[in-house]
Design a protein around this ligand. Structure first.
Ligand SMILES: *[C@@H]1O[C@H](CO)[C@@H](O)[C@H](O)[C@H]1NC(C)=O
Length: 192
């Protein structure tokens, strides 16, 4: 049953890219929204898009490197957008960084980083499996969240992150855990 849910979710996520209005529903691209909190609730997939909506006179959107994101520097942008309604296509896996280029705004919190899951990681971590089942089921979601099975060798892997993809026998370990979990659930249901 959990496996079926994963397959259905994957097929659905692949079929159409989602569009996310940055900061919505309670905010937009503004000085009030906590974008760390906003992005943390979304599992961004390849093909999704971000839409930054804001007042032209007040703000802009600058895509920057991680270093510039951390230091709030808009002086060497990857790209700068200022239409008031800017759409960013999330067309590659990995992290991307956006700040407002108006002086002081990034320091006040107008900075957004998103992580786009690698292909094949279309399912969000299934919350329904968090309760009651013995360990092991969290692994598939975690694997996608820390992006190791990347087809692109240009992605810089985070130091210290174990690549589940290359660990010998890891997929059979996961399968075994699923079988054990399923068997346990079956036994429990037979006892009642
Ligand atoms: C924004 O949200 C994150 C995660 O919920 C939290 O850790 C952080 O302290 C918040 N930042 C501000 C400025 O409130």
């Amino acid at each position: 049953m959990p496996l079926l849910a994963v397959v259905v979710a994957a097929a659905f996520a692949t079929a159409s890219g989602a569009s996310y209005g940055v900061g919505e529903p309670s905010g937009s691209w503004d000085l009030q929204t906590n974008y760390t909190a906003w992005a943390s609730s979304i599992n961004f997939q390849l093909g999704d898009q971000l839409v930054f909506k804001y007042s032209l006179e007040a703000h802009d959107v600058v895509e920057v490197t991680k270093a510039s994101y951390l230091s709030c520097s808009a002086s060497s942008p990857i790209s700068a957008l200022r239409s008031g309604e800017d759409t960013i296509k999330l067309d590659r896996p990995g992290r991307r960084y956006f700040i407002c280029g108006v002086p002081g705004h990034c320091d006040s919190g107008m900075k957004l980083q998103v992580r786009v899951a690698p292909p094949g990681c279309n399912s969000p971590p299934p919350p329904s499996e968090m309760d009651g089942t013995p360990g092991g089921n969290g692994t598939p979601g975690g694997l996608c969240l820390d992006g190791s099975p990347s087809p692109s060798p240009t992605i810089i892997s985070t130091p210290g992150v174990i690549s589940y993809n290359s660990a010998p026998g890891s997929s059979s370990t996961v399968s075994a855990a699923l079988v054990i979990a399923a068997t346990t659930m079956l036994l429990i249901s037979m006892l009642h």
